[in-house]
Write a protein that binds this ligand. Structure first.
Ligand code: GLC
Length: 776
């Protein structure tokens, strides 16, 4: 189909557009309307989220979704009707005779409005056009490459295995058809197009003034999410698609991986080296090397004779193991390979258009592909983990789930392959791979996640995925795939992680040092420094890339890398409290500065590598880390302290030195940062006092959150501490502690930062009360 000619015709026809085919039909919770060739239903799900469904040729698509659970889709609030639309308590919705939609706030400011020719069709395909105001930036869209701001670019959503993707390649692994439009004063809205087919997003690339969303098929089913802040949009997007559960705490530790750890001995050697070099670490990853001929759910016993013992021994050193289990199942009929035999017996594999079994090459050679769109198949898949869970693996890695297929230029299965959807509130039916492709990886991780929950009901599952779709954050954390060892990729990593966080996927990491090619010592060191502040901190490299463990470039580089890993472990109480906050609110762990401080949208510094952890800790890495040049740092107004010196920063724009062993870090004035004494693993209880670092300023507060780090249901401890500056000194106000979890500390060491720093150690403070740190 050719949308360009379609648009030309549509423009020509526009003058003669008929009015609505019938008057707007007002409903208690929205409206419906129709033109000559389409029907439309608009429903207010909440006061600030509306759902728009379009019936092409008069027929509404099935009301079902992989991303938005039925209970959420079917919620609604009452509206007040107006002549051409309706109002909620936050929105004023108007529809014009061409079914053009305008959503305003109650003060009359336009949140989002359709452009000319708002809705056009070509066969089963469609295009939606929205206005792109001149001061609007675009964020979100998951792992898309290019710049942080997506304005001016066009993207395709089609999950693609892209070994060595370039910083501008598209499409890559994930499809998260959700974007956020942000005006220069921070006023924001979001739009989520819930269509799993190959789809196109053009943000002012073809037409500078328009956002064009199109797909060759599938439902026109989208949600407009009003702000007014970016945080409101991000939270409400997760009201629709779900929030990431709190991961096990060890997932926030340092993780060592490599494709090529090829024996029990080698994995043990990595663990001992981490310990002997005093590099805090929580996880070692086992890539396909442990398998028999790359066959998922097998073990090469010659090189890994006893995985249970390996798990037990490493656990004793505070190291957990995560194992890869790709989704493809080796095609080995009647050879005693249970995943194939039981899968075939249960009719669990994807079929070709002619109904025969689809077999195609991946790591194990010929392989078959579970049809994760069937609840029964997901449940069978989840059961395959039984032995590995019994061996003590802490988590699992679902890779290659775009799905990747070798020896074909499309890198995936034929689009006319058949799935047999039998899940959720979908009508049981056959669906082509065109419809399922983008949700395939997500449903793979759903099977794994739910399997974990069955096998270890009170343990938080840890699943890592490469491919996913909107809502996949409910099941898995992710990483950005096969990146390269270049400075551009380090920059890209920050952009992708931030946009993934805005797209619901806060638990994101990039292979530290790059997967392909081998990093220079400086690049690897810089990567460690920056990744130490990203949510998933995993060093990983390809089997033919040089080794990239922290020690590979000698003691000087190791010392810098270790220093940053250690700082992450010291900050663990803060990081964990931010993670727990994410599980309740959806606020990302790693955030663009403008998330909390909209004045950052007006910065005139190159802030490509500037972001915050939880809004209070600002990382201002050099935007061109490959250059020796010093650089400008811009801080939002309101006051900051230098994390390393504890001194207040008086300016909001200044020059930072560009030194390899240094990353400027700032703490927001008015923060109480909980920290802890260094440990080598989150499995090891710190000894000594809980550290509370107080940075006086407005609305001064900090949150303490603690639990056993692993259980779903169990005791926790929560306490808010606030501070105020009084003539007698700094008063710390401990709120009452809730929850019965017993902390590891008996004392609290308080440091008040500032021009006249002060330190005191007090007894643990479980009850509400004030502690005064007297002025000197
Ligand atoms: C894929 C993954 C990579 C992994 C490799 C071998 O390329 O993206 O991380 O190491 O497969 O399993």
């Amino acid at each position: 189909m050719n949308f360009r000619s379609l648009l030309a015709t549509a423009a020509f026809l526009a003058a003669a557009q008929p009015a609505l085919a019938a008057p707007i039909e007002h409903k208690a919770t929205g409206l419906s309307a129709s033109s000559a060739d389409a029907g439309m239903q608009i429903t207010a799900l909440t006061d600030s989220i509306i759902r728009v469904r379009v019936a092409q040729g008069g027929k509404f698509p099935e009301d079902a979704s992989w991303a938005v659970p039925a209970a959420v889709r079917h919620q609604s609030v009452n509206v007040t009707q107006s002549a051409d639309g309706f109002r909620t308590r936050a929105l004023d919705v108007h529809l014009d005779p061409q079914l053009g939609l305008t959503v305003n706030d109650l003060q009359g400011r336009t949140i989002v409005a359709d452009a000319a020719n708002p809705l056009s069709f070509a066969g089963r395909g469609f295009m939606l056009r929205k206005k792109l105001p001149i001061d609007q930036r675009i964020y979100g869209m998951g792992d898309k490459t290019g710049g942080m701001d997506r304005r001016g670019a066009a993207f395709v959503d089609w999950n693609t295995d892209f070994f060595g993707f370039a910083p501008w390649s598209d499409p890559i692994y994930k499809s998260i058809p959700f974007y956020i439009g942000v005006a220069s004063d921070g006023y924001a809205y979001g739009l989520f197009l819930d269509n799993s087919w190959r789809s196109n997003f053009d943000f002012g690339h073809r037409d500078a003034d328009a956002i064009e969303l199109s797909a060759p098929d599938g439902p026109i089913d989208y949600y407009v999410i009003a702000g007014p802040t970016v945080a409101d949009v991000v939270r409400n997007y997760q009201t629709l698609t779900g929030r990431a559960p709190l991961p096990p705490q060890w997932a926030l530790g340092y993780q060592q991986s490599r494709w090529g750890y090829s024996s029990d001995k080698e994995v043990r050697a990595i663990a001992s080296r981490l310990r002997s070099d005093q590099i805090p670490a929580d996880v070692i990853w086992m890539d396909i090397d442990y398998q028999e001929k790359n066959r998922p759910f097998t073990v090469n016993k010659t090189i890994f004779p006893d995985l249970k013992k390996l798990n037990t021994d490493l656990n004793a050193e505070g190291v957990r193991l995560v194992a890869i289990t790709d989704l493809h199942v080796a095609y080995l009929p009647k050879q005693g390979y249970a995943p194939f035999d039981t899968g075939e017996a249960g009719n669990h594999f994807v079929r070709k258009a002619d109904g025969s079994l689809y077999v195609a090459p991946v790591w194990p050679g010929p392989a078959v592909f579970p049809d994760f769109t069937r609840a029964a198949t997901r449940s069978w898949w989840g059961g395959l983990y039984n032995d590995f869970v019994a061996d003590g693996f802490a988590g699992f890695w679902n890779d290659m789930n775009e799905p990747a297929v070798f020896e074909t230029p499309t890198k995936t299965m034929p689009v006319d392959n058949l799935h047999r959807i039998d899940s959720d509130d979908f009508a049981p039916r056959d669906a082509t791979h065109s419809e399922i492709h983008n949700v395939f990886g997500m449903q793979n991780t759903r099977g794994t996640y739910e399997g974990m929950l069955k096998l270890r009901p009170n343990v938080r599952p840890f699943v890592m995925t490469r491919a996913t779709y909107a809502g996949g954050q409910r099941y898995a954390v992710t990483w950005t795939g096969d990146n390269s060892s270049t400075w551009d990729h380090l920059r890209l990593c920050v952009q992708q992680s931030l946009n993934l966080g805005l797209s619901g996927f806060t638990y994101t990491g990039c292979d530290v040092g790059g997967f392909v090619g081998g990093a220079s010592p400086d690049l690897l060191t810089r990567w460690y420094e920056i990744a130490a502040f990203t949510p998933v901190f995993r060093n990983h490299a390809a089997n033919d890339a040089p080794h990239a463990e922290p020690w590979v470039d000698g003691p000087e580089h190791l010392a810098i890398r270790r220093k940053f890993i250690e700082e992450r472990y010291r900050l663990m109480p803060y990081l964990y409290a931010v993670a727990e906050q994410n599980s309740r609110t959806g606020d990302p762990v790693m955030r663009p500065v403008f998330y909390d401080y909209p004045d950052a949208l007006k910065f005139d510094c190159d802030s490509a590598l500037t972001f915050t952890v939880g809004g209070k800790l600002l990382v201002a890495a050099p935007p061109r880390p490959e250059s020796p040049k010093d650089y400008k740092v811009c801080l939002p107004s309101g006051g900051w302290y230098d994390y390393w010196t504890g001194q207040p920063v008086t300016e909001t724009k200044f020059t930072a030195p560009n030194r390899l062993d240094y990353v400027p870090l700032y703490v927001r004035a008015g923060t109480i940062l909980p920290r802890q004494p260094l440990t080598q693993s989150t499995m090891i209880k710190p000894t000594g006092a809980l550290l509370l670092d107080v940075y006086p300023g407005q609305d001064c507060r900090g949150e303490i959150y603690l639990d056993d780090g692993i259980s779903i249901k169990g005791d926790s401890l929560r306490q808010t501490v606030t501070c105020s500056v009084t003539p007698r000194g700094v008063a710390l106000n401990f709120g009452a502690r809730t929850g019965k979890f017993r902390p590891w500390w008996k004392q609290i060491a308080v440091t008040v930062h500032g021009a006249a720093p002060a330190q005191i150690t007090i007894a643990d403070h479980p009850k509400a009360g004030e502690v005064l740190i007297a002025a000197k």
